[in-house]
Every structure is written in structure tokens, then in C-alpha cells.
Design a protein around this ligand. Structure first.
Ligand code: GN1
Ligand code: MG
Length: 366
């Protein structure tokens, strides 16, 4: 294991490194907070080792970050009244955007956006509306970014039929007789819904939905809220900014923010909160109205149901495959995470009519 403090010393910080500590709750990369004392006082930075298992071409991620920065920064400078921040890349001592350790893994450093906080669960409609507004603002910022400039850093990401094929390859069929009741539940849950896994890709193939640059991972803990005003002022974790469907993002934001208890909680606490769903769409839709089509509205319910199902499927498949993709902190965690997403999916399905009504109402006012 490479020493993160030794890696931190390879970046061009203007000052003395005071500490390097593990940080955050990400499931994929290794993340550290680097505290530096310099001329302007103490400043924090985020140092990350990009997961080589998940991202086999990490240099493409760094390329995309540069492309994103070049596209977004002039727009932000042109509208100084709108507080929105983008983490900047801190160069290495040799002037590169990243370093490699002895194992070849890529490490990069970005500025930490000061005076902000993240939340594990939404606690008010105002906060939910901010989360939705932030995603919509981000979509508007990147919508005109020419997609051909971006590498596909994670082929197949959010293409549900591909995850179903992976599940079929790792799942014993029929399920092993000694499977736990939880595992049997997951097998059956997936089996009953596998046809629905096509819904967004089929709409894309029919030309109803179109590919455009997206964030890829706009879950609640990737939204930064200002400590002063409570406004959402940044979306971080930009590794999956690449072409996709807006529905992957809005589906993921709704599944994450409307699961009022959070992502790793007892099953009894899981439910999809309709008031937060309405608030998120109230914040989101006006931002994207100029480029959101009638078909885009039509697939919103499908998006939140599908992305929730898909994440459960991804967690369960990884559990079956031996926890090779999502980091676990205790045995069986990916099975439990899958159960949480499937319980949330059931809550979404049970409220289908209400969710569609909310979409229709919010659509009228956007
Ligand atoms: C992973 O690394 P992190 O925690 O931001 C995953 C997302 C999932 C999320 C669930 C590249 O994101 O797709 O929604 O876990 N990222 C990747 O918590 O697979
Ligand atoms: Mg991520």
C-alpha cells in the first residue's frame, strides 16, 4: 500500500503539509484530506487514488477534467453573481495533472471548496430543492460541451442491460440452495424486473432520448452546500462526467436524495419521500427547461425506478462476484446495500401514480 503522505509531497502545494487523513465515504476511490499551512493561512486539498479496478484509463479522467474546466470556468467568470464553484486541479511538482505510484495507480489533487458541507440524508424540502437546482444548473453548464471532446471513462456505465448481463454471468442459476433469505429475495426481485431494464436504452434507440454530457454520480454526498446560506454551490466527484442520458443523473439524484434515511440504513427506515421528490423537481426542471423535451418528462418516473433498481443490481452482483468493485467496510455490506435499493425501488413502485402526478405538476410550472 502506497503511503498517501509520501504521494502528497509530490504535489505543488504552496506551503507546508500539516496532515494527510482519510476522508469521506466514497465507494470507489481512496480519498484523503491534505491540510497545508501557507502564506494565506491553512488550506485543505483533496488527494485521491483513482481506483484501477473501476477506472482502467485514469489519464482519460484527468483529460476530461481539463476539458470540463476549460468549458465551465469562463462561463462562471462571466456570471459572478451566481455562486458556483468547481474544484481545480493542483499540479504535481513536475507540472503534470497527476502522479503515479510504484504500482502504476494514478493519484490526483484538487482544491477543497471551503465553507461547505455535505449531508448523508436530506432534512428539509428547501435542501431538496437546492439539490435539484444544483443538478439542473450543472446540466445547463455542460449541456453545450461538445461530447466528442470527452472520453468514455467507464464504458457501459448506467446501461442497465449490460449490468443484467453481468449479473447473469456471476449469479448461479438456479440460486445456490444454501443462499441466505436476503440473497434469494434479491434473485427473485431481479428476475421479476429484468424486462424493465431496457426502458431507457430502448427509448434512446428509438431516438426519443438523446445522449449528452452528464455528471454520472450526482448522489447527495457529491453536492456541496454553503455553510452560510444553505445554497448548493458545487457538484464534486467529476470522474464520470461523460456522455450519457440526463435521466441517469436525475434518476440517481432522486433515488439518493428521496431515500430520506440515507444509503446504508436498516431496511425498516427505507422509503421514497414524495415531498422531497417534488422539491427536487421544482429546483431541477426550470434550469433545464430550455433543452428538456416532452419525451424527457415522460421518462422521469422510469428513470428513478430504473436507476434505483440498477444500483441494487450492481451492489448485489458485486456481492456475488466477491466485492471487487464497491469497497466494503464489513462483510455482507454490498448485499445489505442491494436490499436497501430494492426496498426503495418497491417504495417507488408503490407510489408510481403519485410520482407521475408530481412530474406532471412540476412540468407545468417549469
Ligand atoms: C459509487 O464512489 P462513489 O461513492 O461516489 C458509484 C456510483 C454509485 C454510488 C453509490 C463510478 O460512487 O455509481 O451510485 O457508488 N460510482 C461508480 O453510493 O461506480
Ligand atoms: Mg463517484
Amino acid at each position: 500500500m502506497t503511503d498517501p503522505a509520501a504521494i502528497a509531497r509530490q504535489f505543488a502545494f504552496l506551503g507546508e503539509i500539516l496532515s494527510v487523513d482519510e476522508y469521506g465515504s466514497g465507494n470507489v476511490n481512496d480519498t484523503y484530506l491534505v491540510r497545508v499551512a501557507g502564506g494565506q493561512g491553512i488550506r485543505d486539498f483533496i488527494l485521491q487514488r483513482l481506483s484501477p479496478t473501476v477506472f482502467p484509463r485514469p489519464e482519460q479522467i484527468m483529460h476530461n477534467l481539463r476539458v470540463l474546466d476549460n468549458h465551465v470556468r469562463p462561463k462562471l467568470l462571466a456570471s459572478p453573481n451566481q455562486r458556483w464553484e468547481l474544484p481545480s486541479i493542483v499540479p504535481s511538482l513536475s507540472g503534470a495533472d497527476y502522479c503515479r505510484d510504484d504500482d502504476g495507480a494514478v493519484w490526483r489533487t484538487q482544491t477543497f471548496i471551503a465553507d461547505t458541507q455535505t449531508f448523508d440524508a436530506i432534512t428539509s424540502e428547501a435542501q431538496a430543492e437546492e439539490a435539484g437546482r444544483a443538478l439542473g444548473f450543472f446540466h445547463a453548464l455542460i449541456h453545450d460541451l461538445p461530447a466528442h471532446l470527452l472520453h468514455d471513462t467507464l464504458p457501459g456505465f448506467h446501461v442497465t442491460p449490460g449490468y443484467l448481463a453481468h449479473y447473469a454471468a456471476v449469479a448461479p442459476s438456479p440460486p445456490r440452495p444454501d443462499s441466505s433469505p436476503e440473497a434469494l429475495f434479491c434473485h427473485q426481485f431481479i428476475d421479476e424486473r429484468k424486462e424493465a431494464g431496457e426502458v431507457l436504452e430502448a427509448a434512446r434507440a428509438r431516438g426519443e432520448l438523446h445522449s449528452c454530457p452528464i455528471h454520472g454520480d450526482p448522489k447527495l454526498t457529491n453536492i456541496l452546500f454553503s455553510r452560510d446560506t444553505g445554497q448548493a454551490i458545487s457538484l464534486i466527484d467529476l470522474d464520470t462526467v461523460k456522455p450519457g442520458l440526463l435521466h441517469y443523473d436525475i434518476g440517481d439524484c432522486l433515488r439518493s436524495c428521496c431515500n430520506a434515511a440515507g444509503e446504508d440504513v436498516p431496511l425498516a427506515e427505507v422509503s421514497f419521500n414524495l415531498a422531497y421528490c417534488a422539491a427536487i423537481l421544482r429546483g431541477y426542471l426550470p434550469q433545464v427547461a430550455p433543452f428538456f423535451s416532452v419525451a424527457d418528462y415522460r421518462y422521469l418516473y422510469d428513470a428513478v425506478r430504473l436507476i434505483t433498481f440498477e444500483l441494487g443490481l450492481r451492489f448485489f452482483s458485486d456481492h456475488l462476484a466477491g466485492d471487487v468493485y464497491f469497497r466494503i467496510r464489513r462483510p455482507g455490506q454490498n448485499l445489505h446495500r442491494a436490499m436497501v435499493q430494492f426496498a426503495l425501488c418497491q417504495s417507488i413502485e408503490a407510489q408510481e401514480r403519485e410520482i407521475k402526478k408530481i412530474v406532471a405538476e412540476c412540468g407545468k410550472h417549469a
